[in-house]
Design a protein around this ligand. Structure first.
Ligand code: TYM
Length: 330
């Protein structure tokens, strides 16, 4: 059995960044990798590394699960589950903490960023988060892990931990490979295009949430920060706003930046933004219609129950082997 594995953290409503950088990509990969099983999960234990109100967390877990299906994942080669329902993630997470060094965890940029912003109240779980993420992947010996750009460093650490474990205890883990797309691996905030679009952003104007009203989405795109020269040209350094909008455009249409530049040559930003707004709205409208079905459906619970049973079966058997290698067995 060969696996592709990935997860989304239910810290809020998933964004257009999550959709283009991850969810839509899972669907695309699933279509072209029919001989792989896709293990896709709701990373709820990762969410609690920062405080979540219990009733909101519960809602967001279900929202993320329903959105996975709404985006078009194919049930034929899918195991969809909730991380906390497969307790081996926590067990292997602890084992990975015993393999990871403090210095490695301290170098993680996501941790450093949060540390800077929060100053007080940074939890120890936030610090050890990458060890849990490594466990999520290694528990199933996943071959490929599709993620956005911001998770690449965590994947590199996962590879290092797998290699270290294998050399200490003998060949145990598959060293996973990261899959990052070219165009949509880092969608930026519409109001501050030097920061990534993030579901827990303080200013919701820069962020498109997958379940928000379509009219609001149109408005946010039209109000996106650009520059004054009015030329649709891809240049991340000097024109981060327009370049970000072009990445969104390119990801949805699969056009190249050059084709987009030619199409909007001498058009100005107004027309480009309205066209982009319609493209995004058409795309999200399809997702929302499907979402309305899944969120209220008992079929969702059935899929999650089956996913839990199947993921647990793999996890249990691998965890036993891992403990044995380490001498944790009578
Ligand atoms: P999370 O929930 O922050 O993001 C989920 C996925 O969306 C991608 N992403 C983006 N892609 C493009 N542009 C953006 N602005 C953007 N924001 C987010 C992320 O790169 C990710 O692929 N730690 C992970 C969840 C996780 C996981 C795992 C992923 C836990 N265990 C094991 C893969 C394998 C996270 O917080 O993702």
């Amino acid at each position: 059995m060969k696996f592709v594995l990935s997860g989304v953290k239910p810290t809020g409503i998933p964004t257009l960044g999550n959709y283009l950088g991850a969810l839509k990509n899972f669907v695309r990969l699933q279509n072209s990798m029919k001989d792989y099983e896709f293990l896709i999960f709701v990373a709820d234990l990762h969410a609690i590394t920062t405080y979540q109100k219990p009733e909101e967390l519960k809602e967001h877990i279900r929202t993320v699960a329903a959105l996975y299906l709404a985006c078009g994942l194919d049930l034929d080669n899918l195991t969809l589950f909730i991380q906390s329902e497969v307790h081996e993630h926590v067990e292997l997470g602890y084992v990975m903490q015993s393999v990871a060094y403090m210095g490695e965890l301290e170098r993680m940029t996501q941790y450093k960023d949060k540390m800077q912003k929060q100053v007080q109240g940074v939890t120890s779980a936030l610090f050890t988060y990458p060890a849990l993420m490594a466990a999520d992947i290694l528990l199933y010996n996943a071959t490929y892990v599709p993620v956005g750009d911001d998770q690449v460093q965590h994947l590199e650490l996962t590879r290092d931990l797998a290699t270290r474990f294998n050399s200490r205890y003998g060949e145990t883990f598959v060293v996973p490979q990261v899959l990052v797309q070219k165009t949509a691996s880092r969608i930026m905030d519409l109001q501050n295009p030097t920061r990534k679009m993030d579901k827990s952003a303080e200013n919701p104007k820069g962020c498109i949430f997958l379940t928000e009203p379509l009219d609001q989405i149109r408005k946010k795109i039209k109000a996106a920060v650009t520059d004054n020269d009015g030329i649709v040209r891809y240049d991340v350094e000097n024109k981060p706003g327009i370049s970000n909008l072009m990445s969104i455009y390119a990801s949805i249409t699969e056009m190249t930046f050059q084709q987009i530049e030619e199409k909007y040559h001498e058009c100005g930003y107004g027309i480009f933004k309205s066209d982009l707004a319609e493209l995004v709205v058409t795309e999200i409208d399809k997702v929302q219609k499907e979402y309305d079905y899944w969120i209220n459906s008992s079929e969702l619970d059935q899929i999650l129950n089956e996913g839990k049973a199947r993921a647990s079966m793999f996890a249990r058997s691998n965890m036993r082997k891992i403990y044995e290698k380490m001498g944790l067995k009578r």
